[in-house]
Write a protein that binds this ligand. Structure first.
Ligand SMILES: Nc1ncnc2c1ncn2[C@@H]1O[C@H](COP(=O)(O)OP(=O)(O)OP(=O)(O)O)[C@@H](O)[C@H]1O
Ligand SMILES: [Mg+2]
Length: 283
């Protein structure tokens, strides 16, 4: 069971002098239970790709399939599929419209006819999964802090009980504890079988949390694969705007000194390689 984009091309203002090719031949797949990060410099096409996965945008060419079914725009399958994919926008304010956080979170399920105690339970569960305190349910979404708004936006998407969660820069502008809290929440959702497609500039999070990473560069897929494969690629051929995390830079420095270590984001991997090298020398 997966969400799969194959050879997506997307042109804004197609057929006009203002045409911009934002995506050019992008393929990406995320299985349920997996964390896939999409990284790239500003303007590389990350948000455009996120909106294709949620079927808000229709590709100029290429296909999106959800759980094996190819989704044609405007079809009944597309409406069903959209319920399976929750998108948290880059700017959470852009999705708020209600007077209270509770109404925001309740909107989708109440539209589907959930009401009474079942609706209350659904709102409470979504708020709790997003790490949002119940005391905030009565607040106006615009009165919340940046991190709380992010959590409210995530809860309002989780109330749809999606199988695929697409998050567009969910940790941007948060402090370290806010980032830790949210990434732990996403990991937990993955372990419950949800796919997380995480759009970010933050290589530290992408390298340490993802099963796989896709790197976009001016609308093209520069490389995709495991964090280790992507680190190997980027160390040979850096992509503008992507800064490697300190652990990978440390491993690169060791390699320059002739020590063979993996370009891992997990320091434990580097330490193991160092211990192995030491025991080889000792033999
Ligand atoms: N509504 C639009 N109309 C025309 N061009 C657009 C529109 N939205 C995005 N673009 C262009 O498409 C390209 C990809 O934009 P996109 O927003 O997907 O990039 P991004 O990787 O999400 O950037 P950021 O990191 O700044 O959020 C850019 O060249 C951008 O200028
Ligand atoms: Mg963006």
């Amino acid at each position: 069971m997966s969400i799969k984009a194959v050879n997506i091309k997307y042109i804004y203002n197609e057929g006009t002098p203002a045409a911009v090719t934002a995506l050019d031949g992008i393929s990406l797949e995320a299985e349920r239970g997996e964390w896939v990060s999409v990284v790239g410099h500003t303007g590389s096409g990350k948000s455009t790709l996120a909106q294709h996965l949620n079927l808000l945008l229709t590709p100029s060419s290429g296909t999106v399939s959800i759980d094996g079914a190819r989704v044609a725009p405007g079809s009944r399958e597309a409406r069903d599929a959209r319920r399976k994919v929750g998108l948290v926008f880059q700017y959470p304010e852009s999705q708020f419209f209600a007077e209270t956080v509770r109404e925001e979170i309740a909107f989708a399920p109440s539209n589907w006819g959930v009401g009474g105690a079942a609706l209350d339970a659904c709102v409470a569960e979504a708020a709790s999964s997003a790490g949002l305190s119940p005391s905030m349910l009565g607040s106006n979404p615009f009165s919340l802090s940046g991190g709380e708004r992010r959590r409210a936006a995530i809860a309002s998407v989780l109330s749809m009980k999606p199988d695929y969660l697409v998050l567009d820069e969910p940790t941007a502008g948060l402090d370290a504890s806010g980032v830790r809290g949210l990434t732990a929440t996403f990991k937990d959702l993955c372990s419950k079988g949800m796919a997380v497609i995480h759009v970010t500039h933050d290589m530290e999070i992408a390298m340490s949390m993802s099963d796989r990473i896709a790197v976009l560069e001016r609308g093209v897929l520069a490389v995709s694969g495991t964090p280790e494969r992507v680190a190997e690629y980027l160390s040979e051929r850096p992509v503008k705007g992507l800064v490697m995390p300190p652990s990978v830079r440390f491993a690169q420095g060791l390699r320059e000194k002739g020590v063979r270590v993996p370009l891992a984001s997990r320091v434990s991997g580097i330490i193991e390689a160092l211990e192995e090298a030491r025991s080889r020398r000792g033999r």
